[in-house]
Design a protein around this ligand. Structure first.
Ligand SMILES: *Cc1c(COP(=O)(O)O)cnc(C)c1O
Length: 398
């Protein structure tokens, strides 16, 4: 007989086990709301939320701080909603005041979509403050927290998030084939009142409510994505064991170290997100020096160590140019620069990985004839890493 395979011939995942994974995800999201674990990549619940929460007759404020906001705008328009786009340059965050102004200008807004952290462009938005103004206005608040969960604080209920969507594939270090959404009672009411909300559909969150939650979580509506569910359980367990604050702390330190190290390397390498407070802990985007091709630079840096989490970003950011509700955004030109992304998330949120990335980039830049301070870059990264870690453990007294 062939030996047992770790991934094959598994016993079925029970309803009780599925429900317990949901409860642990709810704890991770700091929510008492229902959590639905959606059996697909995070775009599944994101689309499900939009098609359930918006429709003809509704007006949505779509905050665009990176490429995902554009996708949301397309879905919102497709399902018949009137869309007000609030776009800001991707090297910044949107402010609560900007959101408040847009809501005041369009009192009819009843749905707000926002991306918390943008892995693609490296910025993060002040959700707590934005949640306050959205709540005061009364609109339903959808948050894409795929790139923020486990990388930075995510307080679903305290921030008044009605629809909080996560995926496991970024800071959680988990699989991409499963995702989750926390749904507030208000959001369930909105879905139920929307005649166009998906039903008898893979996109239907209401189907899950009826057939799973309201039925007492006793029988799964269909066979779950078993391997992904087991992997999700494993990564939640790993976060519980390490402590969520320790995991987010590692990501904060990785971002600070990458930023400081890149600045100290010099030679024109510069953080794309100008304010450190607006830089996402999940990933750091860097502009390459003038005349240096990002793809070539990354290829050179990866030649010594192909496992480094470095990516060249070119057309993606540029094609994300949109017309904003507040007038034309600074323009594609602002994003046309060559960029590198350091994906220091999950298992790569370590001082070693950051140091190796900076050193490899430094060597590649030096090879391209750019004057850089390689030891200085690594020193600055180490110092920034230590400062964030000391701060987190209360050693610096503030
Ligand atoms: C990564 C990510 C997703 C998921 O999309 P993929 O491209 O499949 O990884 C969704 N939203 C945000 C903000 C993300 O960073």
């Amino acid at each position: 007989m062939t030996p047992a395979h770790p991934l094959l011939d598994l016993p079925p995942l029970t309803a009780a086990r599925f429900a317990s994974i949901e409860r642990r995800v709810a704890a991770l999201l700091a929510t008492g709301n229902d959590v639905v674990i959606t059996q697909g990549e995070a775009l599944l619940p994101l689309e499900g939320c939009i098609r359930g929460g918006a429709g003809p007759g509704s007006t949505a404020l779509n905050v665009v701080t990176g490429p995902y906001g554009q996708t949301f705008g397309n879905w919102l328009r497709d399902c018949g909603a009137t869309v007000v786009d609030l776009a800001v340059p991707f090297h910044t965050a949107v402010t609560a005041a900007q959101v408040e102004e847009a809501l005041a200008a369009h009192p009819e807004i009843d749905f707000v979509s926002l991306v918390h952290a943008e892995a693609a462009t490296g910025n993060t938005n002040p959700v707590a403050a934005i949640g306050e103004v959205v709540r005061a206005h009364g609109a339903l608040f959808m948050l894409d927290a795929v790139a923020s969960v486990a990388a930075e604080p995510l307080l679903t209920d305290a921030w008044g998030v009605d629809l909080c969507v996560i995926g496991a594939q970024k800071a959680m270090g988990g699989p991409a084939g499963v995702s989750a959404v926390a749904v507030s009672p208000r959001a369930w009411e909105r879905f139920a009142a929307n005649p166009r909300a998906p039903r008898r559909s893979y996109l239907s969150l209401l189907d899950w409510k009826e057939r799973w939650i309201d039925a007492g979580r006793r029988a799964l509506p269909h066979a779950p994505a078993q391997l992904e569910m087991l992997a999700l359980e494993a990564c939640v367990e790993r976060i519980e064991t390490a402590g969520l604050a320790a995991v987010t702390g590692r990501h904060a330190a990785a971002a600070a170290a990458t930023r400081a190290g890149a600045l100290a390397l010099g030679g024109g390498l510069a953080p794309f997100v100008r304010e450190a407070a607006e830089a996402a802990p999940v990933a750091t985007t860097l502009r390459t020096p003038a005349g240096v091709d990002a793809t070539e630079l990354v290829a050179k840096a990866l030649a010594t160590d192909p496992s480094l989490p470095l990516i060249a970003v070119k057309g993606a950011a540029r094609s994300a140019s949109v017309e904003g509700g507040g007038g034309r955004r600074a323009g594609g030109g602002a994003l046309a620069a060559e960029m590198i992304r350091v994906n220091h998330y999950g298992a790569d949120a370590t001082g070693d990985v950051v140091r190796s990335c900076l050193d490899a980039l430094g060597a590649a830049l030096a090879g391209a004839g750019v004057a850089v301070d390689r030891p200085g870059g690594v020193r600055a990264a180490d110092a920034a890493w230590a400062a964030v870690r000391a701060d987190a453990s209360g050693l610096t007294g503030n």
